[in-house]
Design a protein around this ligand. Structure first.
Ligand code: NOJ
Length: 554
C-alpha cells in the first residue's frame, strides 16, 4: 500500500519493541458507541480520531477495536460481511489509516478484532454457498448437512446456539447449516484450506496497514468434530472440564490453526501480537497463550469473581503461575462489551454478582437494589488493584468514567440477539454498549449531533468526560493518575505477597511499589512509604473498606 502524504508508513505505526504488549494497558473501543462524527447516531472511525486526545490523556498503550467491518449488526458487528473493509456507516479504509497514523503519533498501537468462527450470512462466500448445490465447493466452506426425519425437515442434531434456540438453520433447498451463535452467523468449516488461507490474507491486510495485533473472537471454537453419530446436546461434555473431547469447543486441533497464524505474525518486525478470547478451563488457556500460538489469552477469572479478598488472591496467584508457565504475561479484565459493567456488578448483593446479572437486568435494574456508591467504590478499588498487577490490563470504554450498566433500556430498542432468541427472557448486553457521554448536556451528551443508536439515561450527563475532566476526585482523573503512575512504577513481571489479614490483598512489585486493597470493614494500617494514589480518601492515614492504595516504600 503506497504511503499517502502526511501519513507515516505502516511499519512505523506499530510499536518497535517486540514485547510492548506484555504489560500494556489496552483500551477497548466499541466503535458504534464511542463517538459519532457525522450525526447518524452510530459511532465511527473519525469519531475515534477526533477523540484521540481522550486516549492520550488517559495514557493507554493500545486500543482494541471491536468489529468495524461491514455488517448488518445482527450481533453488534460480530457478523462480518467482509473482513477486509470498513462498514460505510463507520468510515472508509482511508479513515482507518488516518486513525492508525494519528494514534501512532502518540505511541498508541491499534489492535483489531478478528472473527474466525463464523462469517455473516451476507458474506460473499455464504451467498455463493446458498446459490450453489449441496456438496459443492462453495458449501464446503461452511458446515451444511442434510436434515433428519423422513423428509429431512428436522435439524441434523439437537445442538443449541449460544444465543438460545437451535444451532441449525434450514435453507431453501432443504439442507441445514450450523451456527453456534445467531442464524446470521454461519460457522466456517476450518478443515477447508480456503478458509485457512483467507484468514492469513486478512491478517496481512490489516498488518500492512499498520495494525499491531488481533483480538481473536471465540478462539476456542473454529475446529469441530462433525463425525456421526453426533452426541446429543444433553450428552455433550462439560465445556470447562473436558480435555479436548467436546465436538465444537476447545479441540486440540484448533492450535494447528494458530501455529499457522504465528508464522504469519513472525513475517513482521516486530511480530504481531494476538490475544485469544477463549472461555476454557484455566489450565487449557495456556496453549492459546503460548508463544507458538496466539501469544496471549484473556483471563476472565477476576471478572467472574465475587468481590472477596480470598478469591482475588487465589485467582491472581493461579493466573500468574499459569501465564509464567506458558511463557506469556497474564491479562486482567473487569469489564468488556459482553458483561454487566463492573461498577454495577459490585453494587449488587453477593448472590447476584457474576458476569451477566440476568435477573437484575430483567427487572429493569430494580431488583435486587443496586447500591450505586458501593459499586463504584469497589470498581475504583478493583481497577487500582488490577492495574498494579504484572501483565496487561484491558479496559473497556466508559469504565474510566465510572459508568454503571444501563439496565432499563426499553424492550423496543434492544439489539442483542440474545433478547429475541431467548424468547425475551434474557435481556443481553446492550446496557454496557450505550454510547459514551462526552458533554454534560447537548444532543446525546456530545456523542454525536443527532441522537444515539441506544438511548442514554439522564444520569449520563453528570458522568460525562466534560464533568469529570477538571475534578481531581473524579474516576476519570483516578484512571489518568493510575496509568501515569503505573508507567513510572512498572518493573519486571514479578510480585511478592505480604500480610496475613484475610480481608486484605497486599502485594509488592519490584522497586518497592505496594498495592493494598481492603475488602473488610476494619480500616487497616498501610506499609511505610508514600501513598502515591488511593481509590478513596484515607481514614486518618488508615485504609478504609473497599479501597486500594498504592504506596511506594522508602
Ligand atoms: C464473543 C464476542 O465478544 C461477542 O460479542 C459475540 O457475540 C460472540 N463472540 C460471537 O461472535
Amino acid at each position: 500500500m503506497p504511503a499517502r502524504p502526511g501519513l507515516s508508513a505502516p511499519a512505523q505505526r506499530r510499536p518497535s519493541h517486540p514485547d510492548w504488549w506484555r504489560q500494556a494497558v489496552v483500551y477497548q473501543v466499541y466503535p458504534r458507541s464511542f463517538a459519532d462524527s457525522n450525526g447518524d447516531g452510530l459511532g465511527d472511525l473519525r469519531g475515534i480520531t477526533d477523540h484521540a486526545d481522550h486516549l492520550v490523556g488517559l495514557g493507554v498503550d493500545a486500543v482494541w477495536l471491536s468489529p468495524f467491518y461491514p455488517s448488518a449488526l445482527a450481533d453488534g458487528g460480530y457478523d462480518v460481511d467482509d473482513y477486509r473493509d470498513v462498514d460505510p456507516r463507520l468510515g472508509t479504509l482511508d479513515e482507518f489509516d488516518e486513525m492508525v497514523a494519528v494514534l501512532a503519533e502518540h505511541d498508541i498501537a491499534v489492535v483489531v478484532d478478528i472473527v474466525p468462527n463464523h462469517t455473516s450470512d451476507r458474506h460473499a462466500w455464504f451467498r455463493a454457498a446458498l446459490e450453489a448445490a449441496p456438496g459443492s465447493p462453495e458449501r464446503l466452506r461452511y458446515i451444511f448437512r442434510d436434515g433428519t426425519g423422513p423428509d429431512g425437515s428436522q435439524p441434523p442434531n439437537d445442538w443449541k446456539s449460544v444465543f438460545g434456540g437451535p444451532a441449525w438453520h434450514r435453507v431453501a433447498d432443504g439442507q441445514w447449516y450450523l451456527h453456534l451463535f445467531a442464524p446470521e452467523q454461519p460457522d466456517l468449516h476450518w478443515d477447508n484450506p480456503d478458509v485457512r488461507e483467507d484468514f492469513h490474507r486478512t491478517i496481512r491486510f490489516w498488518a500492512d496497514r499498520g495494525v499491531a495485533g488481533f483480538r481473536v473472537d471465540v478462539a476456542h471454537s473454529l475446529v469441530k468434530d462433525m463425525s456421526e453419530p453426533y452426541p446429543a446436546a444433553a450428552a455433550l461434555p462439560d465445556e470447562f472440564r473436558d480435555h479436548g473431547e467436546h465436538p465444537f469447543w476447545d479441540r486440540d486441533d484448533v492450535h494447528e490453526v494458530y501455529t499457522g497464524w504465528r508464522r504469519v505474525f513472525e513475517e513482521y518486525d516486530p511480530p504481531l501480537m494476538a490475544v485469544a478470547e477463549a472461555w476454557v478451563a484455566s489450565e487449557r488457556r495456556a496453549r492459546y497463550a503460548s508463544p507458538d500460538g496466539l501469544g496471549q489469552a484473556f483471563n476472565f477469572d477476576l471478572l467472574e469473581s465475587p468481590w472477596a479478598a480470598e478469591s482475588f488472591r487465589t485467582l491472581v496467584s493461579a493466573n500468574l503461575d499459569l501465564a509464567a508457565g506458558s511463557g506469556t504475561s497474564s491479562t486482567w479484565v473487569l469489564s468488556n462489551h459482553d458483561v454487566v459493567r463492573h461498577a454495577s456488578r459490585y453494587g449488587l448483593p453477593q448472590g447476584e454478582r457474576g458476569a451477566s446479572c440476568d435477573a437484575w437486568l430483567m427487572s429493569g435494574g430494580t431488583s435486587p437494589r443496586l447500591d450505586i456508591e458501593t459499586g463504584l467504590r469497589r470498581a475504583r478499588a478493583g481497577t487500582l488493584l488490577t492495574m498494579a498487577l504484572p501483565g496487561s490490563a484491558y479496559l473497556y470504554q466508559g469504565e474510566e468514567l465510572g459508568l454503571h450498566e444501563v439496565p432499563d433500556l426499553p424492550a423496543e430498542v434492544l439489539q442483542d440477539p440474545t433478547w429475541l432468541r431467548s424468547g425475551h427472557t434474557v435481556k443481553g448486553r446492550d446496557g454496557c454498549r450505550v454510547p459514551l457521554p462526552w458533554t454534560v448536556d447537548g444532543s446525546s451528551f456530545g456523542f454525536g449531533s443527532n441522537g444515539a443508536h441506544l438511548p442514554q439515561p439522564r444520569w449520563f450527563g453528570e458522568l460525562a468526560v466534560e464533568a469529570q475532566d477538571q475534578d481531581p476526585g473524579s474516576t476519570l482523573n483516578l484512571y489518568r493518575s493510575a496509568l501515569r503512575q503505573r508507567r513510572e512504577l512498572q518493573g519486571d513481571e514479578e510480585l511478592t505477597w505480604h500480610g496475613t489479614d484475610p480481608e486484605v490483598v497486599h502485594f509488592e512489585r519490584p522497586g518497592g511499589w505496594h498495592s493494598v486493597t481492603n475488602f473488610g470493614p476494619r480500616p487497616v494500617v498501610l506499609p511505610e512509604g508514600s501513598v502515591v494514589l488511593a481509590s478513596a480518601p484515607l481514614d486518618d492515614g488508615m485504609l478504609p473498606q473497599d479501597t486500594t492504595a498504592w504506596v511506594v516504600a522508602g
